[in-house]
Design a protein around this ligand. Structure first.
Ligand SMILES: NC(=O)CC[C@H](N)C(=O)O
Length: 194
């Protein structure tokens, strides 16, 4: 199975590579459109500030490629946010895969949310064998609200989308590569999707 992690200069690549290796799979890093199109599974990572990450993605031209992919694609953290319609962080447009606008938590809560929280209302094969209220690890100040594409929610000041799905496109706000056994199981569920 060919697993490609998109390399656009804004991703927490190593920890994801290591988490995939721990599951017995090998992933390659690439920013080559043809290699990404021909992959069996694609992971779209992301850490940092949304507008600069989007600029880096546009510099590779992959902003035009990702929305056309037909195989399972998993956006992680900022990767999921960039798959949305827009983000308030740097007032950037997103890829428009998920029809949601990413917004900032208010100053009523400490941001970024850094640490463990629980996920609920789990839908989708991405959460096979994952119990309601399982703990996952997050680092974020912005979030995607609840919408029709929400397949898991979490609570931090507001109830927000911890995961999204639209067809072959999946996104998780949390870091499965940093979420211990639950995160490994979710990554394994993604990697074994048909
Ligand atoms: N860990 C991150 O890169 C966070 C993504 C985004 N900048 C946010 O604060 O929500």
């Amino acid at each position: 199975m060919k697993i490609v992690i998109i390399d656009y200069g804004a991703g927490n690549i190593q920890s994801i590579m290591f988490a995939i290796k721990r599951l017995g799979y090998k992933a390659v890093l690439s920013n080559d459109a043809e290699e990404i199109k021909n992959a069996d599974k694609v992971i779209f990572p992301g850490v940092g500030e949304a507008s600069s990450a989007m600029a880096k993605l546009k510099a590779t031209g992959l902003d035009k490629v990702i929305p056309t992919l037909k195989q399972p694609v998993l956006g992680i953290c900022l990767g999921m946010q960039l798959m949305c319609h827009s983000s308030e962080e740097g007032s950037t447009e997103g890829l428009g895969i998920f029809d949601l606008d990413v917004v900032k938590f208010s100053n009523k809560v400490k941001v970024p949310q850094i640490g463990w929280n629980q996920i609920s209302n789990l839908k989708s094969e991405l959460f096979t064998n994952i119990a309601e209220k399982s703990y996952i690890y997050l680092v974020h100040s912005f979030y995607a609200p609840i919408g029709p594409e929400t397949i898991a929610s979490s609570e931090y000041e507001v109830n927000y989308s911890a995961a999204l799905q639209k067809g072959n496109f999946y996104g998780v706000q949390f870091h499965p590569e940093k979420s211990s056994d639950v995160g490994s199981e979710i990554l394994k569920n993604f990697l074994t999707l048909i």
